[in-house]
Design a binder for this molecule. Structure first.
Ligand SMILES: NC(=O)c1ccc[n+]([C@@H]2O[C@H](COP(=O)([O-])OP(=O)(O)OC[C@H]3O[C@@H](n4cnc5c(N)ncnc54)[C@H](O)[C@@H]3O)[C@@H](O)[C@H]2O)c1
Length: 256
C-alpha cells in the first residue's frame, strides 16, 4: 500500500511505546493517524503532535471500539491501516509462593485486553475495510498489524496469562488473513523481543540492563522506531500476509 495523506490509520495503544513510535512513523509518511488508548495524556499528546485525533477507547469493550470507530471515521474517514499495540503485561504464576492459584480475574483481564481487544479492533476495522473501494491493482483494501510477543513461544515464569494471550494473537493471524483474503485485506503479526518502552522502563535499571544483555545481537533493548520500521515494511510489501514475524535480535527467553 502506498502511503500518503489519502490514507488513514488507527493505532491502538498509540499513546505510548511501540504504538506511539508507529503513529509517528506513519505521520512522517503523510498518513492521518487516530490514537485509540485509555491513556488520555499520552494519547492527546501524540495526536496533537501529529495533527491526528485521539479517541479514548477501551479495546477490551466492543461497544467502546464501535463508538471510537464512529468518531474516528467522522473525522478522518475509513481507516486503511489498523495497528494493534494496546496491551498489558502483569506477572503472576500459576500457583504463587503462598500456594494460592492464579487469580482468574487477572487471567481474564489479560486475555480481555491483549486477545479480545485485538480481535475487537481488528474485526471491526476489517468490516469497514472490506466495504471500501480497492486501493490498487491487487485489489488491496487494508492492512491489519497485530502485536504478539516472543512470550507467545518462550513465555517465562509468571507469564501464563500474557503468554497465552500472545500465543492466541499469533494463532489468529493466519485464519484472519484467510477470512479477509477475498476482500484484499492483509493481516500480519509482529512478535517483539524486549523493547525500551514504558512497559519495560518501569523495571529497575539493572533489570533493564540484564534484559538488554540477553539479546545476542544487537545486545540491547529494541527501539520503538525499529518496530515501526517493520510495520512500514509490512504495509509496503503486499506479499507479507498471514504470518507472525519475530523482531527480537535472536533472543530466546530463558525460563526466568
Ligand atoms: N515493550 C516490550 O518489550 C514488548 C515486547 C513484546 C510485546 N510487546 C507488546 O507490544 C505492545 C505495546 O507495548 P509497549 O511496550 O508499547 O507498552 P506501553 O505500556 O508503552 O503501551 C501500551 C499502551 O496500551 C494502552 N492500553 C492498555 N490497555 C488498554 C485498553 N484496554 N484499551 C486501550 N488502550 C490500552 C496503554 O494505555 C498504553 O498506552 C503490547 O501489546 C505489548 O504486550 C511489548
Amino acid at each position: 500500500m502506498k502511503l500518503d495523506k489519502s490514507i488513514s490509520a488507527i493505532i491502538t495503544g498509540g499513546g505510548s511505546g511501540l504504538g506511539e513510535g508507529t503513529a509517528r512513523a506513519l505521520a512522517e509518511h503523510g498518513v492521518k493517524v487516530g490514537i485509540f488508548d485509555l491513556n488520555e495524556d499520552g494519547g492527546n499528546k501524540v495526536a496533537s503532535d501529529l495533527g491526528g485525533v485521539f479517541v479514548k477507547v477501551d479495546v477490551s469493550d466492543s461497544a467502546s471500539v464501535a463508538a471510537g470507530l464512529v468518531e474516528f471515521r467522522g473525522n478522518l474517514g475509513q481507516e486503511r491501516i489498523c495497528v494493534n499495540c494496546a496491551g498489558i503485561a502483569p506477572a503472576a504464576k500459576t500457583v504463587d509462593r503462598e500456594g494460592a492459584a492464579h487469580d482468574p480475574a487477572l487471567f481474564s483481564k489479560v486475555i480481555g485486553i491483549n486477545l479480545v481487544g485485538t480481535f475487537n479492533v481488528a474485526s471491526q476495522c476489517a468490516a469497514g475495510m472490506v466495504a471500501s473501494e480497492p486501493l490498487n491493482d491487487d485489489g488491496e483494501r487494508g492492512v491489519i498489524i497485530n502485536t504478539a510477543s516472543v512470550a507467545a513461544y518462550d513465555g517465562q515464569v509468571g507469564q501464563i496469562g500474557y503468554g497465552a494471550s500472545k500465543a492466541a494473537v499469533a494463532g489468529m493471524t493466519l485464519p484472519m488473513a484467510r477470512d479477509l483474503a477475498r476482500d484484499g485485506v492483509r493481516v500480519m503479526t509482529i512478535a517483539p523481543g524486549i523493547f525500551g518502552t514504558p512497559m519495560v522502563s518501569g523495571m529497575p535499571q539493572e533489570v533493564q540492563e540484564s534484559l538488554g544483555a540477553m539479546v545476542p545481537f544487537p545486545s540491547r533493548l529494541g527501539q520503538p522506531a525499529e518496530y515501526a520500521s517493520l510495520a512500514l515494511q509490512i504495509i509496503d510489501n503486499p506479499m507479507l500476509n498471514g504470518e507472525t514475524i519475530r523482531l527480537d535480535g535472536a533472543i530466546r527467553m530463558a525460563p526466568r
